[in-house]
Ligand binder design. Structure first.
Ligand code: NDP
Ligand code: OXD
Length: 315
């Protein structure tokens, strides 16, 4: 019987094990650090495993990440280079991210912050309603999650553009790519949604220089940022500075360079900032075990694995 080790920095094994054991009865699952003989482990099912852990499993065949972003794992210099790393790509994650992005875009578009403040003050006052067709949204990253968000925002009739590393074609979405396409993309984006992975090329991309290039004279009367990609993409101090100087009108942040966001961060108290605790799209055990099951089945049958991380690209 093949043996898997389960290790997660944030997930409770008690939530995963029954689902894994029910879906894959022919798999023995051991929970880190009680793994018995490391040489018996065939598969690792992990989220942010301890550095060095995977290197200690000499017969590991495949590493399955419980998350879509594998930047933390790639930062471990001991990560076995010869073992395929499969990242999580699942409709449940895409649906969660689409809901989050749509929720936050609509909150900006429909002036939710203003109406909440008015309610708190007992004020009855209507403000002009903008039309989605007049609002321009730019999505950084047009992969699994970014393209799903782009399609959903198009369905709501926003003007949507996207930026990626390589050229893309998505019906109804204006696409840009590479360094040469970035400024034109930013210049037309009033709401910037970031769904990029954290790589050496994207780290710190959400800095004051970039934020100042966003469109401020559109239907919303200001530029807004939504980052649900990774905290390493953003420079927190630059976001505060951009808000304070007016380059940004609002920011919604689900991810941070340091998580949990330290209590002393000025972002917590900033009136134009919305904070969520890195839960834009969470891995839900019963929705994701089928993915792991399919991947293990593919491997056991000698078929090609899906969604193997390209370690040279870093995502
Ligand atoms: P994908 O790998 O499918 O997509 C990544 C996209 O980013 C691709 O379009 C890629 O372009 C683009 N990209 C990468 N590097 C660059 C670059 N240097 N310049 C321009 N574009 C670039 O990832 P997913 O859509 O599945 O996930 C995206 C990220 O979302 C994850 O890496 C993770 O960090 C984050 N995430 C956050 C969650 C949350 O709860 N907050 C939940 C899940 C994921 P190309 O296609 O041309 O290569
Ligand atoms: C992920 C995440 O990458 O939850 O899946 O951040």
């Amino acid at each position: 019987m093949p043996v898997a080790v389960f290790a997660s920095a944030t997930d409770d094994p008690a939530q995963w094990l029954p689902a894994l054991r029910e879906a894959i009865p022919a798999l023995e699952v051991r929970v880190w650090p009680e793994i018995g003989d490391p040489a018996e482990i065939d598969y690792a099912i992990v989220w942010k495993p301890p550095a060095g852990m995977l290197a200690g499993l000499p017969n590991l065949k495949v590493i399955y990440s419980l998350g879509a972003g594998i930047d933390t794992m790639l930062r471990d210099p001991t990560l076995p280079a010869e073992v395929p790393l499969v990242r999580m790509v699942d409709l449940s994650l895409s649906e969660g991210m689409v809901e989050f992005v749509a929720e936050q875009v609509l909150a900006i578009h429909r002036q939710a912050r203003t109406y909440r403040a008015q309610q708190a003050a007992g004020v009855w006052e209507q403000h002009d309603q903008r039309l989605a067709r007049d609002v321009t949204i730019g999505i950084l990253g047009l992969g699994t999650l970014g393209s799903a968000a782009a399609r959903a925002l198009r369905a709501l009739n926003f003007q949507v553009a996207g930026w990626s590393r390589t050229p893309k074609a998505i019906a109804g979405v204006t696409t840009f790519h590479g360094a040469a396409g970035l400024d034109a993309f930013l210049a037309r984006s009033e709401i910037l949604v970031c769904l990029l992975p954290a790589t050496p090329a994207t780290e710190g991309i959400l800095n004051i220089g970039l934020l100042r290039k966003l469109k401020r004279d559109g239907a919303l009367g200001g530029a807004c940022l939504i980052n649900a990609g990774r905290g390493a993409l953003q420079v927190d101090a630059d976001i505060v500075a951009a808000l304070d100087e007016g380059s940004l009108a609002a920011a919604t942040l689900d991810v941070f360079p340091a998580e949990p966001l330290p209590r002393e961060s000025p972002l917590w108290e900033h009136p134009q900032v919305t904070i969520t605790p890195h839960n834009a799209a969470s891995s839900v055990p019963h929705a994701l075990v089928d993915y792991v099951l399919n991947q293990i089945t593919l491997y056991e049958r000698g078929e090609a694995l899906e969604n193997i991380v390209d370690r040279t690209a870093g995502y």
